[in-house]
Design a protein around this ligand. Sequence first.
Ligand code: MCA
Ligand code: AMP
Length: 491
Amino acid sequence: MLQIVENAKNYLGKTAIVDSKVEYTFSELLQRSEAVSASLLEENADLNQKRVAYIISPGFEYAAIQLGIWRAGGIAVPLCITYPFPSLKYVIEDTGAEYLIVGPEYEELLSPYKQTSSIKFITLAEINPEGTVNLPEIDKSRGAMILYTSGTTNLPKGVLTTHANIEAQIYTLVKAWHWSSNDYTIGILPLHHVHGIINVLSCALWSGATIQFLHPFNADEVFEVFEEGKVTVFMAVPTIYFKLIAQFEVFPEERQRKLTPIMEKFRLMVSGSAALPVSVMAKWKEISGHYLLERYGMTEIGMAISNPYHHDRKAGYIGQALDGVEIRLVNEENQVVLPGHAGEIQVKGPSVFKEYWGKPEATANTFTEDGWFKTGDIAVIEAGYFRILGRDSIDIIKSGGYKISALEIEEVIRQYPGVKDVGVVGIPDEEWGEIVVSALVLENPIDTKVLNSWLRERMPAYKTPRSYKIIEELPRNAMGKVTKNDLKKLF
Ligand code: MCA
Ligand code: AMP
């Protein structure tokens, strides 16, 4: 029994999703998801954790497909809609997906998979709207979803979560942030990451709330929806709050005066995925009347630490351990540090993922012997609240809320003719958190604009460097390792 599906049965006539101004009830969502299950299962009784990759714009069909894969016993592999073909191919092949469900906008991009015999290519038009099927019993310990995350290796890793992990992640947030069927939220975040999939979409569906999708993100449209007066809960990354502030500031005073009291009535506004600058928090308070609730999470663990719903929210702090999540801070010897001392955040609990897909060694390395997940984030506790100090690896960059691996980008740039060596770093930026930049050592002269277009065919825009510097040699230490802090200074 999948709890998210069982809960939906309590709200059949209620609006679950608003997509392009069309309203869909929970009953329609369940029916469409069963049609998806039927088209995946055909004559089979259970997908038995076969991987189903899908590339669908945020909206009703996306939600129906996610539920349909789960109900049929498959593992959902949501693909990023802004990835170029090579990045999609990597995820599809790394998961060994046997099914690929493709929205109309992406059929041409993924057409190479139409011909292959190992993958069943399914378009939305091919899903029989009347399809029904006997659905299998799903054990909660089975795999439910694989999301890709960049790390300190040069290729992204698939993070496998079970149904039990996902239910724990959702339940924790529903309880901590008081979700109910009276809630109305906006879906603006990408749906290949935990923030959009779990914190917004799944928490809303689980609670019988309504989610209105806006795609692609557009600050003016977000305020238009606010003006309709239905929104109660809003979640975004700091870059989005930055963009909303910039948009608000160009509105005529009359519109500003109308918007503020509307936003003041919201029940909750949350920021996460990257550090929220105190300046953004202060400005947002002026505009909306809300102290943003900042929280901390990770693809591997869902949400772990959050500022309180009812009590003091502290600017610059991520809050306290969420219910059901165990947190400790340890030093380099893996010993718990004394209060007030910095240490790595380690996490235990039912929301922690099962494994990196097909990477037993990486999985083993990321857990301590006694089963704690090592986040790589360094924090300190001050007056009972956690504050993030940094990360243990300079090669992980957070830009626009996306986690980006410098090594992954370097690996691609190194293949470009004329490039002898390359170093990629993230430099601080108020709007994006960090911005990806690259230093190049050349064999032959190259045009960085041409390099940039070449990269855009191989990686999404958010990973592509925003600026390049051509240098004679990369700064290195006595061991020959590139000293990235010195590299940062060049920018
Ligand atoms: C895009 N641009 C950038 C970046 N991304 N420039 C610098 N740094 C970047 N990171 C450029 C584009 O190339 C383009 O320039 C211009 O900015 C507009 O790009 P576009 O993609 O249209 O931007 P946008 O649509 O306005 O997107 C901004 C965004 C988006 C809405 C903030 O980045 C976003 O949705 N971020 C959320 C990511 C997220 O959900 N992360 C959660 C993962 P040009 O025109 O020259 O091409 S973390 C997570 O799940 C954990 C569990 C957690 O804790 O939540
Ligand atoms: P991802 O793996 O994409 O899910 O990104 C998770 C990472 O985002 C964490 O390991 C943190 O480094 C960072 N992160 C998430 N929330 C916050 C926050 N509120 N403040 C600072 N960093 C955050």
